[in-house]
Design a protein around this ligand. Structure first.
Ligand SMILES: [Zn+2]
Length: 251
């Protein structure tokens, strides 16, 4: 077995999760950005979340703000799978969550924010593309509801966007670096509800296996990493994940 770095926070084996859109569909959030997602299948919708279009076309920004206002994310509640991960963490098992989702549902279920690495950012915050100032999406959407079609930065007048990684934007190298450290250090790596087709996120599964972690894939469809996995589970995530994680609670 390959040598592992010690788990952050002590000797107990670290349990890592990489979660994708599939973990949130039971919460009413469709897959937007995956290879088969809503955005990739609709070129007009994809424009709204493509950085160059967003920065150069005021009409794209106007439609983006309308889309954000109608997002199912604001009404979504964590489901049984998010809750199972939170329960594991609350039981004292060292847990880190790496997520491709921007819905904040792991934190809403009770996983401390410092233990959640959001590869694609967070839809609940807004960032200025000019000065980097952060504010809340709720405040920005209030301005939209009050009639501002493309609210600008209150500090510098710059273009505002959601604090998510758009198509054409690189992942935050710091977040990615932390995710890679987690993949190298963990004892077991669950890839849940992700097609493992989008890099560099998908490569974290390979990295974990390379460093000796047990790899468990929980996804309805086959993934490119299934052959590398110790366990592949096709059952619905909402029932499969609570069952799988119960194993760590009995020790
Ligand atoms: Zn600004």
């Amino acid at each position: 077995m390959a040598e592992r770095d010690s788990a952050p926070g002590g000797g107990a084996p670290l349990v890592a999760f990489l979660t994708g859109a599939g973990i949130s569909t039971d919460s009413g959030i469709p897959d937007y950005r995956g290879p088969q997602g809503v955005w990739r299948k609709d070129p007009e919708a994809e424009k709204l979340v493509t950085y160059d279009h967003y920065m150069t076309d005021p009409d794209v920004r106007r439609r983006s703000w309308l889309m954000r206002g109608e997002s199912p994310v604001w009404r979504a509640r964590p489901n049984a799978a998010h809750e199972a991960v939170a329960r594991l963490e609350a039981a004292g098992v060292p847990v880190r969550v790496i997520t491709q989702n921007v819905d904040g549902l792991h934190q809403a279920a009770g996983v401390p924010a410092r233990k959640v690495l959001e590869l694609h950012g967070n839809a609940r915050s807004v960032v200025c593309t000019e000065c980097g100032a952060r504010s809340t999406m709720a405040d920005a959407l209030e301005r939209v509801a009050a009639g501002e079609e493309d609210p600008d930065c209150l500090a510098c007048g710059g273009i505002l966007k959601s604090a998510t990684v758009m198509f054409g934007q690189a992942l935050d190298p710091k977040v990615l670096g932390e995710a890679m450290a987690v993949a190298r250090a963990c004892e077991i790596f669950y890839a849940v509800g992700t097609s493992l087709q989008v890099q560099p996120a998908a490569s974290l599964a390979g990295l974990a296996a390379e460093h000796g972690a047990q790899l468990v894939v929980v996804n309805a469809e086959p993934t490119p990493y299934d052959a590398l996995a110790d366990e592949v589970v096709r059952d619905p995530i909402g029932t499969a994940l609570p069952r799988l994680l119960a194993r760590h609670m009995t020790a």
